[in-house]
Design a protein around this ligand. Structure first.
Ligand code: UDP
Length: 245
């Protein structure tokens, strides 16, 4: 898969179709595979936190999740062509779950958002193979038990919505024990699926203004937006590093 360097990590320039195909293949092969859906905050975090950077370098697939990442790749002079956000990957796996025979587990978010998302997906895709669900507010000591409970269900894919970077660390540490073949970090997707939070309209997405729409919906999360100007400056300063090896 073609990948593009962005600061200290690599993002795969993959279309939604390629992502769905790759994840389905991994489910047939077994083993534990980590999928990171990278937004600008994550790429920035990886440039300042070596442990998180290594996690992103070790991930099996890093997809371009947001307009911020696409814009950064343009500023860097190595434009990424595709976008495959966690939200869209998650919903499409629910859509093809029955056809491909892949069981999906919903882990994370509030009880209300998690159950709401599960109900909405089951209603939209009645043949979806729903493995089970658990909200995202459990203690670190409970994590092994959660992974064991997932294993009981025989899930192939675990959609993990615990926020960045908690969900990425959870997948890294506990996906093998869950028995699932693929863990995908999906951020606020269950909030969107359940209808608790609206996705930015296409108009905002096209103008790279998803961040503004999100801010207007949840001003408390502005600490993430505050990092963006510094992030784009860093990207511009690193513009000449075009090593894609
Ligand atoms: N979340 C969770 N457990 C936690 C922290 C967050 O389940 O301990 C959920 C939260 O309810 C939300 C999702 O993780 O549904 C994504 O969190 P956030 O909105 O902070 O998004 P991010 O920008 O990190 O993806």
């Amino acid at each position: 898969m073609e990948r593009v360097r962005l600061l200290d990590i690599f993002v795969h320039d993959v279309s939604l179709e390629e992502v769905l195909e790759q994840i389905t293949k991994w489910c047939r092969e077994k083993g534990a595979h980590q999928v990171v859906t990278a937004d600008a905050y994550m790429v920035d975090l990886a440039s300042s936190d070596p442990v998180f950077r290594q996690l992103m370098l070790d991930a099996d697939l890093v997809t371009p999740d947001s307009s911020g990442v696409l814009l950064a790749s343009r500023l860097a002079g190595t434009p990424i062509k595709n976008k495959a956000s966690g939200c869209v990957i998650a919903e499409n796996h629910c859509r093809i779950s029955g056809r491909e025979g892949l069981k999906i587990y919903f882990l994370g978010a509030s009880e209300k958002a998690n159950t709401g998302a599960a109900e909405k997906m089951q209603a939209a895709y009645p043949d979806m193979l729903f493995a089970g669900r658990h909200d995202g507010y459990f203690s670190p000591e409970e994590s092994a038990g959660v992974a064991a409970a997932i294993k009981e269900t025989g899930a192939d894919i675990v959609l993990v919505a615990l926020g960045i970077p908690k969900q990425e660390y959870w997948i890294k540490e506990f996906l093998p024990a869950s028995g699932a073949s693929v863990g995908i970090g999906i951020g606020g997707t269950f909030d969107v699926m359940s209808g608790n939070v609206k996705r930015a309209p296409v108009f905002f997405q096209k103008l790279y203004l998803e961040w503004l729409y999100r801010f207007l919906q949840a001003p408390k999360k502005s600490y993430k937006l505050g990092r963006l100007p510094g992030f784009f400056l860093k990207v511009l300063k690193n513009r000449n590093k075009k090593d894609n090896s």
